[in-house]
Design a binder for this molecule. Structure first.
Ligand code: A3P
Length: 297
């Protein structure tokens, strides 16, 4: 019991920027992040947490490397695309890593549109957004927070359900994030994809990404990318499965990073009452938007 309490105390709290909870080191570094200088040929991978960021990163990298798996094994996935709001002194920040990267750069963020450094809009960069249905996102985020020692302790599933629906999680409310990026998708160069479509028809979605990146790979290369970016392959791949991260940051004995990779796992977590309450809140929060999610395949 004592040990458990100590563990809970060690978990950090979040701080807010414009009402959006973020990690303390990100908030400390906020002016550097806001001054980030994007370049016109930057491609920014944007996601709400737990929406398939790692998956789309691996897909983008495999396309960039023309399907050469060995080149994708050059380093762990977190090091391939600088995470612009990432800060963890004394390590170089995401901004510093991006600055040091030769162009054309591929970067990533979990920031909602209103917090994105303005130079991304000014430079009309390409944005690749992946959205995942809220219920599966919540389940995935819950298990992630159980094992991620640098995010707040999620408490029980019942506690977390309330935290998530009120948007008091790192990077803020799911609803505003997916709506924010959806609503501007026709004004900027945004390819808006869904996790569920990637699951249903990976080849078709990978083809969309390839075209968006201005690449033209032949069928056999595409088939290799589909195979190598499957959940099963990425779960076994030490460059994508987070197995090299110290336990003090990600405790994979609590929950694996590559956990289930399915659509509809929420059904194994939500009670009937929680589901009804969630649907009611969801209706209100998502009123008036045309973005539509699939909850099962
Ligand atoms: P689950 O926890 O539901 O399994 P992120 O990279 O944004 O943190 O998202 C992690 C989620 O994406 C996890 O979901 C993980 O299993 C899933 N994921 C990662 N790679 C995947 C793949 N190749 N296919 C399907 N799901 C994948």
């Amino acid at each position: 019991m004592m040990a458990q309490n100590t563990e809970v105390r060690k978990r950090p709290q979040l701080r807010e920027v414009e009402g959006i909870p973020l990690q303390t080191a990100t908030v400390d570094n906020w002016s550097q992040i806001q001054k980030f200088e994007a370049k016109p040929d930057d491609l920014l991978i944007c996601t709400y947490p737990k929406s398939g960021t790692t998956w789309i990163q691996e897909i983008v990298d495999m396309i960039e490397q023309n399907g050469d798996l060995e080149k994708c094994q050059r380093t762990i996935i977190q090091h391939r695309h600088p995470f612009i709001e990432w800060a963890r002194p004394p390590q170089p920040s995401g901004v510093e890593k991006a600055k040091a990267m030769p162009s054309p750069r591929i970067l990533r963020t979990h920031l909602p549109t209103q917090l994105l450094p303005p130079s991304f809009w000014e430079n009309n960069c390409k944005f690749l957004y992946v959205a995942r249905n809220a219920k599966d996102c919540m389940v995935s985020y819950y298990h992630f927070q159980r094992m991620c020692q640098i995010l707040p302790d999620p408490g029980t599933w019942e506690d977390y359900f309330e935290t998530f629906i009120s948007g008091k999680v790192c990077w803020g409310p799911w609803y505003d994030h997916v709506k924010g990026w959806w609503e501007i998708k026709d004004r900027y160069q945004i390819l808006y994809l869904f996790y569920e479509d990637l699951k249903r028809d990976p080849k078709q979605e990978i083809q969309k990404v390839m075209k968006f990146m201005g690449k033209n790979l032949d069928e056999t290369v595409l088939d290799t990318i589909v195979q190598e970016t499957s959940f099963e392959k990425m779960k076994e791949n030490p460059m994508t499965n987070r197995s090299t991260i110290p336990k003090s940051i990600l405790d994979l004995s609590i929950s694996p990073f590559m956990r289930k990779g399915t659509v509809g796992d929420w059904k194994n977590h939500f009670t009937v009452a929680q589901n009804e309450r969630f649907d009611e809140i969801y209706r209100k929060k998502m009123e008036g938007t045309s973005v539509n999610f699939c909850l099962e395949l």
